[in-house]
Design a protein around this ligand. Structure first.
Ligand code: F0G
Length: 485
């Protein structure tokens, strides 16, 4: 008889960074000063920081040792060649153009491949990816399967491309107007949902038969590979590293934010197969990032990323990484909180539209929920709904995506299961008070990627001028209540 064995982290803790719980009245002040935008809070005022898994990872002792091996030459640093070797070995792209982070690669890629008037289909948008496509003159089209827009659908691969949608778009616009299809693995804004290997292969066959390239956003492709191993029966006996290579084989190039899967705090790259495109990319990287052998990174950063790539594909690592995300998700589900199903790879996404169903979309329920969670407990989350989606560049109207979510994003190797328990309790508390929450309206709205720096004020019902409304979001309660902890 075999007994269930729990996962545990394949590491022990060597260095710790103290964190501090604030009082409720301090947090009320902080969130108001931040214009109810969690991006504008100071990290020192945050207790458990689940804003993002980007650049917030803990590095291993080996990575830190690699930092000491930084070869800070302007040109041809040893660490560049170490990174090139790791990318070739694990991702399989022969040409490596390092960039300071993912969006640096997106900028260069969009500039070399897009002609104004082009159309770029993709499996749901990502904020920075789409903005670079639009700035280069393309229109983005979402060709993800319908299930991805339904937070309750249990489809195991909600990141899949709908080939009928893709085909309709290519027929309408003409293949020559589609420079590439942009496929993210996993799909961040769908809830960290994976793409199936067989789906990506079909997309590649379809595109390559028509002279269209496939560009992979490989930011969380290791996490995607783990889901494929778990859920795609034909892939069960393959290692995560093998599946990662198979995913990349479908693509002509990849943009990468190393700040996620690769367990570093900064860094990214553009990987390409075609020498001609790589030449064009090297021509631009020197304009926007730095010489083509450092791309805005220090030698030590490239070394840490090269080592992080090797660590990221270890089975024990990825099992416990996603195991922790799923631990939090399962506890929230048990508490009755609506979350995106199935649970994704890097985060648990709260369904703010369902939780705050009394608030209209133009009062940004997800933004309000993230602010309320901070206020309740000092846990910092991120809005991933209409504020993130921005305005349509042609009409100027707000875009209202089907998903209005708050993301509890788990940094890699940073927090313990006890932190996840505290987060569960905090979310459950906010969930109980949901009926009293107020919506928000903009007081400052930047033009591009507005979610980063936007500011808001509370929308109060006409009956509550002054009074309880002076507080914050579910606030009448908090005013009299003792601070937690
Ligand atoms: N692609 C995906 C899927 C991402 O999630 C991100 C960043 C990027 C590209 C851009 O990479 O930040 O290194 O420039 N996502 C972060 C997040 C910001 O919090 O989800 P970057």
């Amino acid at each position: 008889m075999t007994h269930h064995r729990s996962w545990a982290e394949p590491w022990k803790i060597k260095v710790v960074e103290p964190i501090r719980m604030t009082t409720a009245s301090e947090r009320k002040e902080h969130i108001r000063e931040a214009g109810y935008n969690t991006f504008l809070l100071r990290s020192a005022d945050v207790y458990i920081d689940l804003l993002t898994d980007s650049g917030t990872n803990a590095m291993s002792d080996r990575q830190w040792a690699g930092m000491m091996m930084g070869d800070e030459a302007y040109a041809g640093s040893r660490n560049y060649y170490a990174l090139e070797e790791a990318v070739r070995e694990f991702y399989g792209f022969p040409h490596l153009i390092p960039t300071h982070q993912g969006r640096g690669a997106e900028n260069i890629l969009s500039k070399i491949l897009i002609t104004p008037g082009d159309h770029v289909p993709g499996n749901m948008y990502f904020t920075t990816t789409r903005v670079h496509q639009e700035l280069a003159g393309a229109t983005f089209h979402d060709v993800i399967i319908d299930e991805a827009h339904d937070p309750a659908s249990e489809h195991p691969f909600k990141g899949n491309v709908d080939l009928d949608k893709l085909d309709a778009l290519v027929r309408e616009g003409g293949a020559e107007k589609v420079p590439y299809v942009s496929v993210a693995a996993t799909v961040n804004l769908a809830g960290g949902q994976p793409v199936e290997l067989s789906n990506l292969r079909r997309v590649a066959d379809y595109c390559h038969a028509r002279g269209i390239r496939v560009i992979l956003d490989a930011t969380r492709a290791v996490e995607n590979a783990w889901f494929i191993q778990q859920r795609e029966p034909a892939m069960r006996d393959h290692t995560v590293a093998e599946i990662l290579r198979l995913l990349c084989e479908c693509a002509d190039g990849a943009t990468m934010s190393g700040k996620k899967d690769s367990l570093v705090n900064i860094g990214g790259w553009l990987g390409l197969r075609e020498e001609r495109l790589a030449e064009a990319a090297r021509g631009l990287v020197v304009v926007y990032e730095g010489l083509h052998t450092y791309g805005g990174l220090a030698g030590r950063d490239m070394e840490a990323m090269a080592i992080g790539i090797r660590e990221s594909v270890e089975e024990d690592h990825i099992r416990s990484r996603i195991g922790q995300v799923h631990y939090l998700g399962k506890r929230l589900i048990d508490a009755g909180v609506p979350v995106v199903r199935p649970l994704g790879g890097h985060a648990v996404f709260l369904d703010a539209a369902a939780i705050l169903s009394h608030l209209p979309r133009d009062q940004f329920p997800a933004q309000a929920l993230a602010a309320a969670l901070y206020l309740e407990s000092g846990v910092r989350a991120m809005e991933r709904g209409a504020v993130s989606a921005g305005r349509d560049p042609k009409t100027g109207e707000n875009r209202y995506p089907a998903l209005e979510l708050v993301r509890l994003t788990i940094p890699r190797r940073v927090y313990t299961q006890a932190h996840m328990d505290v987060v569960t309790e905090s979310v459950a508390e906010v969930f109980e008070q949901r009926g009293q929450m107020h919506g928000l309206r903009f007081t400052y709205e930047p033009e591009l990627l507005r979610f980063f720096q936007a500011r808001f004020e509370l929308v109060r019902a006409p009956s509550e001028t002054g009074g309880a409304g002076a507080g914050g979001i579910a606030l009448a309660q908090l005013e009299g209540r003792q601070a937690l902890g």
